[in-house]
Design a binder for this molecule. Structure first.
Ligand code: 5GP
Length: 171
């Protein structure tokens, strides 16, 4: 749609951030635009309508879209956080970064067997969302879909996470 084309043009490419040689996809100009935020939020959840009970969002930019999507879909929100931020984590999953490892954690605030839509802003290598899927499954729930605003192609992310819906992707 024209509104989505317009929204995509609001994603800013920032060279050499956070390190030399990296092009960072900055979604903040899109978030700042009312229509772009609305149409992209709808596009993130649209293929999964009626198929999920709750949305899980990944810290930190994932929280923004996941929370907007949860309100749009009429479901609750579960935050998946970096280690040490939640007071009562029920599960944690370690995953590899380019240099070193990271850990994400989740509370057990959803009934076992819940149907979860997992949301983040950007997919790169897929390590973060693959770990998010494992976390949800360890707590006995089911990931019905993974949805991101922007997929960076060519880093193997799609293969790493399995069934993936993306609104935009790098050319
Ligand atoms: P992955 O685990 O797929 O390699 O990296 C994805 C995570 O890193 C996401 O949580 C995402 O927020 C962040 N990320 C990686 N590259 C970018 C980028 O270019 N732009 C933004 N906004 N986030 C990124």
């Amino acid at each position: 749609s024209p509104a989505l084309v317009r929204a995509e043009a609001l994603i800013r490419n920032v060279p050499d951030y956070p390190q030399p040689g990296i092009i960072f996809r900055d979604i903040t100009p899109l978030l700042a635009d009312a229509e772009a935020l609305r149409v992209t939020t709808e596009a993130i959840i649209e293929p999964f309508a009626g198929q999920f009970d709750v949305i899980a969002g990944i810290e930190a930019r994932g929280f923004i879209l996941a929370s907007a999507a949860a309100i749009a879909a009429g479901v609750g929100l579960i935050p998946i956080r970096k280690a040490g931020k939640l007071p009562r984590p029920a599960a944690s999953v370690d995953y590899a970064l380019e240099y070193g490892t990271a850990t994400i954690e989740m509370h057990d605030d959803l009934p076992a067997g819940s149907r979860v839509l997992l949301i983040d802003d950007v997919l790169a290598t897929g390590g973060t969302l693959a770990a998010g899927r494992e976390l949800v499954e360890r707590l006995g729930s089911h990931v019905v879909g993974i949805s991101v605003l922007f997929e960076i192609d060519g880093l193997g992310g799609r293969e790493a996470v399995g069934d993936l819906h993306t609104v935009f992707h790098s050319a």
